[in-house]
Design a protein around this ligand. Sequence first.
Ligand SMILES: [Mn+2]
Length: 396
Amino acid sequence: MHDSAARSRPFIKKDPGGFKMEKKRRIWKWISAVLVIASACALGFLGGRYEADLRYRAERERNQRIERSELEGLGEIKGTIYVTGHKNPDADTVGSSIGYAALLRALGYDAVPVVLGDINKETECILKEGGIQAPQLLEDAAGRNIVLVDHSDYLQSAEGLKDANVIAVIDHHRVGSVTTGNRLIYDARPLGSTATIVWMRCRDYGVGIDRETAYAMTGSVLSDTINLASNATTFADREALKELSQLAGISDTDALYRKMYKALISYEGMTDEEIFLSDYKEYELSGVKTGIGCINVYDEDGSKDMAERMRRVFASPGMSSGMDLYIAEITIFHDGISVTRLVPSNEAADGVLRAAFGDEAVYDGVSYRLEPGVSRKQVLVPAITEVLNGGIDGLG
Ligand SMILES: [Mn+2]
């Protein structure tokens, strides 16, 4: 009975397997329809993405050409461009010089980084770890093309700078005393390190950074931002450190910073005067010539001991000339400890420090102790300038 009924309905497949086949075919039809629609959508989407990508790339290239066009304004530059940081070169000054010279070379200029004296121990450590050659010494800037990085003060700069052709200033300090007769690129930004500005300029111009240059610049950012712990640190500095350390192949920046810090506070084989001058800057603040040396120590005992040594340095005959006043800034800054001792060189310096910090600092007869510590660039120089602007006995 079953058999004959099946035969009498020819459009229905006799066996249940055939029925399944029909169902499968229908499912496959649906699947292929969905697949066709999905791939059409995907193609459309990817096509849109590709087009957006092209447009983005074209726009970025256009922006980079716009950024680079400021160089046209400098006209033709004949001869070598010397990129220099300040006297008593530190890690930021050296790394920024190396970085900016590399940027100029990538743009077709003949540019070399130079230094104005012996590099400090921290910088020595960075260059050694990165396998980087130290920049050549520049004796005299007169008659040369000069780019200044990390400073803009005659007092802190090269001999003969007044007779040089300054074509750019890249800095993160207050505006200094340098002036020019010609137009120039002047890029000052309140960021943690000058190397961060150099990194941003490489991005803006669309110029890649090689491993060694990135290594030197990583050291700059680590040093000037105190491994991102300084309150001068900005988002840009963090991003710069991330990208530069990656380009440099440095997997552990904390480890590098520890090595740098150890080198920084060792002062091995140096006289007290050399220690004072190792991170020393001169300023003319409201007409008063001020010399400030920064020294890093590990703990309170080291700090007190160093304050005594600096007082003896100030009493030595070699130190009494040149500046109206000197200040030694002794800093403990690591693992959450932040203390500064300020040692004045003479009565005038003492008066300035008392006026600026008398309320918050503890004076022990040798030094003014501040906790938390203060930065030379961000706090000390502005505070002294304010006091001197108001006038103080015995000083202009
Ligand atoms: Mn700097």
